[in-house]
Design a protein around this ligand. Structure first.
Ligand code: NAG
Ligand code: NAG
Ligand code: NAG
Ligand code: NAG
Ligand code: NAG
Length: 353
């Protein structure tokens, strides 16, 4: 009984000290490390299966090894390769590369323990898929638009945003009604129409940029009366539309407008950030961010759980009550046990004198 209680008490005390130690530790190192310089460059976002690399330039004395989420990275394992070279005087350059990114590669990369700075990598797995008529621009990658798959030897007229496309060293027009750009750039974004001599209806292609940087978390827990803030980290050119749904219904239908604020996200996509304040018990449910860019539709969902304040407090109160109860029991028990001893020692002391 006593051992058990001490265990709990030590646990609680230990937790308090542990938390205190962590806080002071962080504060202390923050100040000391400010003068250390480390520079990270490289991708922050990579599609699943894509390639990414992180380069670090750091004082040669400060370079230790690469860590990922504070665990050492072993080159040759988990798809990591590493190259190292001298940087400018006294500096070393090290590059970590992964050719095929998996979701488990997402996290914080560091090449030195002398700085708190880290390079975060996100692996986007809810990959957006293009359609025949809405094409995703991948910079530096080929872009091929085919007007009619059965055409083999015809001149096709291509119009981009109202102007006729002329062949150049960047853009090829093939006789099989295909427009081909070996290495696409942002200037290739736009609306393309193609028409063949024997067809009335021109075919329309939209070449767009659309990136979903991060999926919503699987679940989100918020206290009742607190606020719920969700952001759909989508980027696009032209700007995509975002509609929030709650349990499949447009959000405006289930949340009173006096509590709902929709605003643009950091990529200026309208309505991509949602704020509900204050949150009520029946606001829980599946919150879906529905993204539309021409023919592309994509969505990401989070399960919002609303906890009432007392529900959050009960386990804590329970522990407090348990500790108080156990302490009382021990106190009474010890007092009963010590009392006779006390008398004994008292008499012993008297004897010695
Ligand atoms: C194009 O060719 C496919 C077979 O390759 C055929 O099924 C289709 O009907 C053809 N379309 C036209 C418009 O000729
Ligand atoms: C059209 O021709 C080009 C060049 O010959 C070829 O690369 C491309 O695959 C062809 N496209 C189709 C749809 O046949
Ligand atoms: C929304 O809230 C306002 C006051 O805050 C109230 O007058 C209105 O009836 C509410 N609307 C709905 C649909 O609950
Ligand atoms: C944003 O949402 C509001 C209603 O919630 C809607 O009226 C407006 O059209 C939306 N804006 C865009 C750009 O989709
Ligand atoms: C969300 O995406 C999934 C998978 O792509 C699809 O099955 C589901 O119907 C979509 N939901 C909505 C509301 O569009």
């Amino acid at each position: 009984m006593k051992i058990f209680t001490s265990f709990i008490l030590f646990g609680i005390i230990g937790t308090c000290f542990g938390a205190g130690g962590a806080v002071s530790g962080q504060g202390g190192s923050g100040g000391r490390l400010e003068e250390k310089h480390v520079t990270y460059t490289g991708n922050h976002f990579v599609a699943e299966g894509g390639k990414f690399s992180v380069t670090c330039i750091v004082d040669i004395n400060d370079f230790h090894h690469w860590t990922f989420n504070n665990k050492p990275v072993v080159p040759g394992e988990a798809g990591y390769t590493m190259i190292e070279g001298p940087g400018r005087q006294g500096y070393i350059m090290s590059r970590l590369t992964v050719v095929r990114a998996h979701p488990f590669h997402a996290g914080e990369y560091k090449c030195t323990t002398q700085s708190n700075e880290a390079h975060s990598v996100f692996v986007i797995s809810g990959s957006l898929t293009e359609t025949e008529e809405t094409r995703l621009l991948a910079e530096g990658r080929p872009l091929m638009l085919t007007c009619d798959y059965n055409t083999t030897n015809t001149d096709t007229v291509w119009i981009k945003d109202g102007d006729e496309v002329v062949e150049s060293n960047r853009i090829k027009l093939f006789k099989n009604s295909t427009l081909y750009i070996p290495a696409a750039t942002k200037q290739d974004l736009g609306e393309y129409h193609c028409s063949l001599p024997d067809e009335q209806e021109p075919k329309v292609f939209n070449v767009v940029e659309l990136i979903l940087h991060k999926l919503l978390p699987k679940s989100t827990t918020v206290l009742e009366n607190d606020k719920l803030s969700l952001t759909c980290l989508v980027q696009g050119d032209p700007l995509p539309t975002v509609q929030w749904l709650k349990n499949g219904e447009p959000i405006e239908k289930s949340i009173n407008s006096s509590r709902l604020v929709l605003s643009e996200n950091e990529y200026h996509v309208p309505n991509a950030s949602l704020l509900i304040k204050p949150l009520m018990k029946n606001d829980d449910g599946d919150y879906i961010c529905l993204i539309t860019q021409f023919a592309i539709q994509h969505n990401t969902t989070t399960d919002v759980r609303v906890k009432d304040i007392y529900a959050a407090l009960w386990p804590f109160l329970g522990i407090v009550a348990e500790v108080v109860l156990l302490c009382t029991i021990i106190f009474i028990y010890e007092r009963r046990r010590i009392k006779p001893n006390f008398d004994e020692s008292d008499s012993e002391q008297t004897n010695e004198q």
